[in-house]
Design a protein. Structure first.
Length: 306
C-alpha cells in the first residue's frame, strides 16, 4: 500500500478531466425527505466518478484518524459525509485536495484519484490539485481586501490567462448568487458583508479559478436559517456543473441537498483506545434515510446516538 507524506510541491502535471425553491422542492421530492421506512429498497444507479478513494487511511503521526475508506464521488452530484464528531469526515475531505499536506506529520495511505489520476503521485503539483478541487471552509474567510480583489485573487496568483478580469468577477459572483447584492460596491471591503454574503463570496472566489470539484466543510454551520437556505439552493444550482462533496452535522441538510450520503462513525482501536474514523455505509441519500442497511446508520439517523 502506498504511503504519502507532506513535502515540497512537485512539478505540475495534467490531472485529466429552509425556504423553498424549485430546485429544493424537486430534490426533496426525489429523496423523500427524512422518512425512515419504505416498503422497498432502491438499487443505486451507476456512479460516473470524478473522484475516488481507494483504501484510504489518514494519519497524524502515529494516530490513525481515518481507516480504509473506499468510495466514489459522482460527476454532477452532491455527496454528503455525515456522522458524529470525531469520526474523520473533515480529515477525509481535506485529504481529497491535499490540504492535509499543510499539517506537519500528516500522511495518507491508499489512493485518492481525480479522473483516475492519483493526486498524491510525485509528479502532481498540489497547487494544481487545489485549483481543480476547491475548498469552502466552515467559517467564512474573506481576505481583508475589496470584494473585487477577493474574486480576482485566485486567477492572479495562479497565472490564469483571462480576457477580462471584470468578466471573471461578474461571472463568479453571479454563479454564487451574489452579484446583484454587491455589483455597486465591488471596491468596498469584503469584511463588511454579512456572514451569509461572506460565505457566498468565498464560494465565488472558489469558482473564479474554474474548479471541477468543490469541497465544503460544514459551509452553513455558522449561518442563520435564511442564509443556510440560500447556500443550499446555491449548492443545488452548482451541481449542474460541478461535483460537490459536503461535510455536514445537519442530517436534514444532507436529506435536502445530497444525491448520495456516506455515514461514518468512530471506532476505538484495541490497546490504545484512540478513536478512528470508519465508513459504515454509502448509498443514495433516500436509502440512507429511509432504509439503511446497517443498524449503526439507523441508530444515528434516528437520534439514538451521535
Amino acid at each position: 500500500m502506498a504511503t504519502y507524506s507532506t513535502g515540497t510541491a512537485a512539478p505540475s502535471v495534467n490531472l485529466g478531466e429552509p425556504p423553498s425553491s424549485p430546485a429544493r422542492e424537486e430534490h426533496l421530492h426525489a429523496t423523500g425527505g427524512l422518512q425512515h421506512h419504505v416498503a422497498h429498497k432502491h438499487v443505486a444507479p451507476e456512479i460516473d466518478p470524478v473522484m475516488a478513494c481507494e483504501n484510504v487511511s489518514v494519519y497524524y503521526g502515529d494516530f490513525r484518524a481515518v481507516t480504509d475508506v473506499s468510495l466514489d464521488f459522482g460527476k454532477n452530484e452532491i455527496t454528503a459525509l455525515i456522522g458524529p464528531s470525531g469520526c474523520g469526515k473533515s480529515t477525509l475531505l481535506r485529504s481529497l485536495n491535499r490540504m492535509n499536506d499543510l499539517v506537519e506529520g500528516a500522511r495518507v495511505e491508499g489512493r485518492v484519484t481525480y479522473h483516475e489520476k492519483n493526486v498524491y503521485d510525485r509528479d502532481v503539483d498540489p497547487i494544481e490539485v487545489r485549483r481543480r478541487i476547491g475548498m469552502v471552509f466552515q467559517k467564512p474567510n474573506p481576505f481583508p481586501k475589496s470584494i473585487y480583489d477577493n474574486i480576482a485573487y485566485g486567477p492572479r496568483v495562479t497565472g490564469m490567462k483571462v480576457d477580462s478580469m471584470d468578466d471573471v468577477v461578474e461571472e463568479s459572483l453571479t454563479r454564487a448568487a451574489l452579484w446583484d447584492e454587491v455589483k455597486d460596491k465591488l471596491k468596498q471591503s469584503a469584511l463588511g458583508l454579512s456572514g451569509g454574503q461572506q460565505q457566498r463570496l468565498c464560494i465565488a472566489r472558489t469558482l473564479a479559478v474554474k474548479p471541477d470539484v468543490i469541497l465544503m466543510d460544514e459551509p452553513a454551520s455558522a449561518l442563520d436559517p435564511i442564509a443556510t437556505a440560500r447556500i443550499e439552493d446555491l449548492m443545488l444550482e452548482l451541481r449542474e456543473d460541478y461535483a460537490i462533496i459536503v461535510v455536514t452535522h445537519n442530517m436534514q441538510q444532507a436529506a435536502r441537498v445530497a444525491d448520495r450520503t456516506a455515514f461514518f462513525t468512530a471506532l476505538a482501536e484495541e490497546g490504545s483506545g484512540d478513536r478512528t474514523g470508519l465508513l459504515v455505509e454509502y448509498d443514495l441519500t433516500s436509502n440512507i434515510f429511509q432504509n439503511p442497511r446497517d443498524k449503526r446508520t439507523e441508530d444515528y439517523i434516528s437520534g439514538r446516538f451521535g
